[in-house]
Write a protein that binds this ligand. Sequence first.
Ligand code: 5RP
Length: 217
Amino acid sequence: MTQDELKRKTAEAALEYIKGVPIVGVGTGSTVNHFIDFLVDMRSSIDGAVSSSETTTARLKEVGIPVIDLNSVGEIEVYVDGADEVNPLKQMIKGGGGALTREKIVAAASKTFVCIVDASKEVDALGDYPLPIEVIPMARSYVAREMVKMGGRPVWREDYFTDNGNEIIDIHNLDIREPIAMEKTINNIPGVVSVGIFAERPADIVLIGSENGIISK
Ligand code: 5RP
């Protein structure tokens, strides 16, 4: 099976978790795009979705799923999203697609986070994947220098702007032995909007698509 086929199978498996759920939180990325395709069949049983990015919003609207403002709902029952890396503690690196800030907000506002990944995203320790950090544009160089002090090699995602009008730097070679501590430290750097470590609020369920079927953790 190709990686994309594995992503699709995993996305399909997530449907099990949204049965009877009126408002679903929807992440961003190629795995989630498959999930949205499947969500179409459940259109009549859901009131709508809370979206984590402009791309996802456009896709949801395209297939006729109402997009609901997070401010007008209480706690979301289930949030479904992909990840760039996930460790055995269900902590993740996210933000490869640049939607990390809104993803983190929707994840925080959700009771259950169902992470859908293909097996290539499963890691023992986070950090091989370059860590995305969303920064206020004027703080980009300052934050980058702070990350160098922490042992990382920052690379500016040039000519890229997030849905919030900010910029992203991707940090290579970072030693993320303690994801929660690292998440807090980076969040405290002035100019950082959010960091792609999702450890303080990890996933609750991880569905991993492999050649041997879907593994649920
Ligand atoms: C977007 C993300 C995505 O969840 C992550 O990049 C995984 O994407 P894909 O499903 O395309 O592999 O965090 O900001």
